[in-house]
Design a protein around this ligand. Structure first.
Ligand code: SF4
Length: 922
């Protein structure tokens, strides 16, 4: 047996930046645990981080460069030399004919800082364009813009330790319990240790985060700014501001005070949809607290006035002096693992390295001098949404996309797909070959991914950590920075740039980091003391850490000198209207989008782990029960969700998490697993004027019944001897192979969803619906894709259009196909998940029965992933007298693993006991 080795690295999901310990045997990553020495998580991981080892499946990895000669031809395998030479030739020809702004680079907050740095240098110093933007534009740019407008620099002043010290925590536009679970556990710990700590949550939904709050302000969409301005009004007129701090350390207060004079709590209450008393309470808790901390995320940022939303929140801190001291300050939580790193190296169109601005000639000259080139381009670059619009219009001809999936994640999906189809040349640098964007790639370059890469990332609290490789990348996959370096060398030759060799002479990732460090010296984020060697020796460090410092800085601006020319923070003019895409008689509902607990972004990684699907297995649109009833819709029925741009079909769900008039669709589901591109089809590409961040959180929609009488269900499971294998073994690989084959057939149905269920041997579930019976060839293609085309057990009723198939292997059901009639779907699924022997089931297999004698019970949604505990078990335990978290832990073990389920368990307890303990505005 091969001995296991351990490597310390960082989780590749959210911006909490948890340290992980990767166990591997030299060939496979076998386990992931939390790094108890990492300050971000002290050993904790959430459900996503703790299952990272299960995501290392081989089936969908991009292993070789692939190139297609023409758009309609399939890609074929080529060597790295040919791939990069071809890409350089195409890019050089376009640049020579149309200029450098005819090409663009769209990169990712999941790249490491060193990858980002080399990309940025390629775009600005070699190509000569500012057309480089990151998908961080979709999540963080409003926070960046608000920090710069108010504090003078993109400088989150707080640290995670502030959670332990705060007297009041205000969470705005963030379901922290789902999006940043380990950080939320720290909030829960703080609350448990100090029950007097006030937790305020501002969110249009009653999320698990809101359920834990002392005060939940369930606001109307687009009214965040108004709410914060009304809180400021209360702080001013109730004498809770810090006049000395305002006078000594800020500018612009008087103008803002005058602007909010008429915005009384009563006036704001009407716009925000909350009670005036709750606005007053929130302001008093914030203003009277010895230390008030605010945490915010996409609910504020993803708005067409996201920058104003965040600035209005920062104003509350400036007005009360609740900043730059322990436990206090405005703290933006970053969505992606290295969104901060991208901001530091300037990998967004309007930024340059070291927190410089690409539109500032002095900053451009400084960067040009650092790189030893005459000048940097001055033409403004395109932000993400603008970039794809320019591609659609033919102004940008070639795009290089790295480690991101715009054909799932950008708003106005129809426009984005049109753009990718219209582009002359699309390069995709990716670890996975099955993303929605992969289908548009003329050249696919296989990239290394988590567990295979070396470099650094910066988390939400400015902490820079070393990312380490446990294994070499598979096949011919390469580290991202290396791919870019080699492309730059090729392109330099094509462009006749003799200095390309000097510019891209990096021999190691540590060398790239050294050059990045040099660009920060003398800047607000100065990390002159840092190197890979120092991070190895001393562990993760926060910026700034100038040369000569022994460690990084915990908090910023403690000397009250802000990063503005006069050292004073600024109150800025903000919108005081509650604005959003208008609802009307045709589109009367507010659509909100957000995260699921166990999924990450477009599911290219988490969507392949059955265990992570169990908490929310199917897509859906969640509505208040009264809204469903008014429309005569039952939960589970398929409905059409229509916006002014598109229609999508989804199952309806009922939940009192939603206010009446508001609906919710999770952001993760795209065309890889649905018959449509998901919620982003519905959303307009409206941009914030400062940050250019698109409004991904709101659209006006309608919901209507949809008549799709033809139904189909396919269940498939690798069976027999494979059942005993671990989830990342052959059973999971086989399920993923079927999953990929079926994915290409979904678009032909009015509704299709492709999901996984179960645990060790994943059960693939394909749900289909259509207005009429699909063509026989399409159904045959589905059967073939799932390996069900030669099953001996068949039932066909040609007259009724019913076709059923069953596959039994090693005495167990391993495949069921029900086309035209699906009544037995639920019990067959439960039987397969329970691994029941097939023989007693044989006589019922094709019966149109919703249940059979001795049918295995369906367990319901899995709440605790670590210990596989379902909601039905939890409710049964509570019904039999268990009334505490400790009791549930003892009885079922739930909540004793990663802890991601703790907020939901807390919620189930009082709900089941009919004893709600929190104050919730309706
Ligand atoms: Fe990863 Fe979860 Fe930690 Fe985020 S909170 S870094 S997803 S383990």
């Amino acid at each position: 047996m091969t001995a296991l080795r351990q490597v310390r690295s960082i989780c590749c999901y959210c911006g909490v930046g948890c340290g992980v310990v990767i166990a591997h045997d030299g060939a496979r990553i076998t386990e992931v645990s939390g790094d108890i020495d990492h300050p971000a998580n002290a050993g904790r991981l959430c459900s996503k981080g703790s299952t990272l080892h299960l995501t290392t499946l081989a089936t969908t990895r991009a292993l070789h460069p692939e190139l297609r000669a023409e758009r309609d031809l399939p890609r074929t395998r080529v060597g790295w030399g040919e791939a990069l030479e071809h890409a350089a030739g195409r890019f050089a020809a376009i640049i020579k004919e149309h200029g450098p702004d005819a090409v663009a680079f769209y990169v990712s907050g999941q790249l490491l800082t060193e990858d980002y740095y080399v990309f940025n240098k390629l775009a600005r110093a070699l190509v000569g364009t500012n057309n480089i933007d990151s998908n961080s534009r979709l999540c963080m740019s409003s926070a960046v813009s608000a920090y710069k407008r108010t504090l003078g620099a993109d400088a989150p002043p707080c640290c995670y330790e502030d959670i332990d010290l705060a007297g009041c925590i205000l969470i705005a536009g963030s379901n922290t319990a789902y999006a940043h679970p380990v950080l939320f556990r720290r909030v829960q710990d703080a609350k448990a240790a100090r029950p007097e700590l006030k937790l305020i949550v501002i969110d249009p939904r009653k999320t698990d985060t809101a359920a834990a709050a002392d005060l939940h302000l369930q606001i109307e969409p687009g009214s965040d700014c108004v709410l914060f301005a009304a809180m400021l009004h209360v702080l001013i007129w109730d004498g809770l501001i810090d006049g000395r701090f305002i006078a000594a350390h800020t500018t612009g207060f008087e103008a803002l005070r005058d602007a909010v004079r008429e915005l009384t709590p009563a006036a704001a209450a009407r716009l925000c949809g909350v009670r005036a008393e709750d606005i007053v309470t929130a302001a008093h808790w914030f203003g009277e607290s010895p230390a008030a901390l605010s945490l915010w995320c996409q609910g504020l940022n993803q708005s067409h006035h996201g920058s104003d939303n965040a600035a209005a929140l920062i104003h509350l801190h400036l007005a009360t002096g609740q900043i730059a001291k322990p436990g206090a300050g405005p703290f933006s939580l970053t969505g992606q693992p290295n969104a901060m790193g991208g901001r530091e190296v300037g990998a967004m169109a309007n930024l340059l390295g070291g927190h410089r601005d690409s539109e500032d000639p002095v900053d451009r000259a400084e960067m040009a001098a650092l790189w030893g080139i005459p000048a940097l381009p001055g033409t403004p670059g395109k932000s993400a949404v603008e970039m794809f619009e320019a591609l659609r219009q033919g102004k940008i001809k070639a795009v290089w996309i790295a480690c991101t999936n715009p054909a799932q994640s950008l708003p106005d999906q129809a426009g984005v797909r049109e753009a990718l189809a219209a582009a002359e040349f699309v390069v995709l640098q990716e670890a996975y070959n099955d993303t929605e964007t992969a289908g548009y790639a003329d050249l696919l370059l296989p990239a290394a991914t988590w567990g295979e890469k070396e470099g650094t990332v910066s988390n939400s609290e400015r902490r820079i950590s070393r990312v380490r490789a446990a294994l070499a990348p598979p096949g011919q996959a390469r580290a991202d920075w290396l791919i870019v370096r080699d492309f730059a060398l090729c392109l330099g030759q094509h462009l006749g740039r003799a200095d390309a060799r000097r510019l891209f002479s990096f021999a190691s990732v540590a060398e790239v980091f050294r050059e990045h460090v040099a660009t920060t010296v003398g800047r607000d984020l100065d990390i002159g003391a840092m190197s890979h060697e120092l991070l190895e020796a001393q562990g993760p460090q926060q910026w700034p850490m100038p040369a000569g410092s022994a460690s990084g800085r915990l908090r910023l601006f403690e000397d009250k000198q802000f990063a503005t020319p006069d050292g004073r923070a600024r109150f800025v003019a903000i919108s005081l209207a509650a604005t959003f895409e208008a609802t009307d008689a045709r589109h009367p509902l507010h659509l909100n989008s957000g995260r699921l607990r166990d999924q990450w972004h477009g599911m290219s990684r988490t969507g392949k782990v059955a265990q992570l699907m169990n908490h929310a297995e199917l897509p859906g649109v969640t509505m208040h029960p009264a809204d469903l009833e008014r429309r005569g819709i039952r939960a589970g029925e398929l409905v059409r969700v229509s916006s002014r741009r598109a229609n999508v079909v989804l199952p309806a769900r009922a939940s009192i998490e939603q206010k009446p008039g508001h609906v919710f669709v999770a952001m993760h589901w795209g065309a890889r697993r649905l018959s449509h591109a998901g919620v982003n089809e519905l959303i307009a590409p409206a941009l914030d004027p400062y940050s250019k961040q698109p409004e991904l959180k709101h659209a006006a929609v309608s919901i209507s019944r949809v008549d799709l009488p033809w139904r189909g269900l396919l269940l498939r499971q690798a069976n027999g001897a494979q059942l005993s294998k671990p989830a990342a073994g052959p059973a999971a690989e086989q399920a993923l192979a079927w999953d990929v084959a079926l994915s290409g057939l979904l678009a032909d149905f009015a509704y299709a969803s492709l999901t996984l269920s179960g645990r060790d041997s994943p059960l693939l579930c394909l749900h289909l619906a259509a207005a009429e019976q699909p063509k026989a060839e399409l159904l045959a293609a589905i059967a073939a894709a799932a390996g069900m085309d030669r099953t001996p057990l068949q039932y066909d009723d040609i007259r009724l259009g019913i076709h059923k198939r069953a596959l039994i292997e090693d005495g167990r059901l391993s495949g069921i196909m029900l086309f035209g009639e699906t009544a037995a779907g639920d019990w067959l699924k439960a039987a397969m998940l329970a691994g029941q022997a097939a023989e007693p089931l044989r006589r019922w297999l094709f019966a149109p029965m919703a249940s059979i004698p001795n049918a295995p019970p369906s367990r319901g949604r899995i709440v605790c992933n670590c210990h596989d505990v379902a909601v039905d078990q939890i409710n049964a335990a509570i019904a039999s007298g268990c009334d505490s978290l400790a009791g549930l832990r003892n009885e079922l073990q739930c909540g004793s693993g990663c802890g991601a389920c703790l907020p939901e368990l807390s919620r189930l307890l009082p709900e089941a006991c009919a004893a709600p303990r929190q104050k919730v505005t309706a």
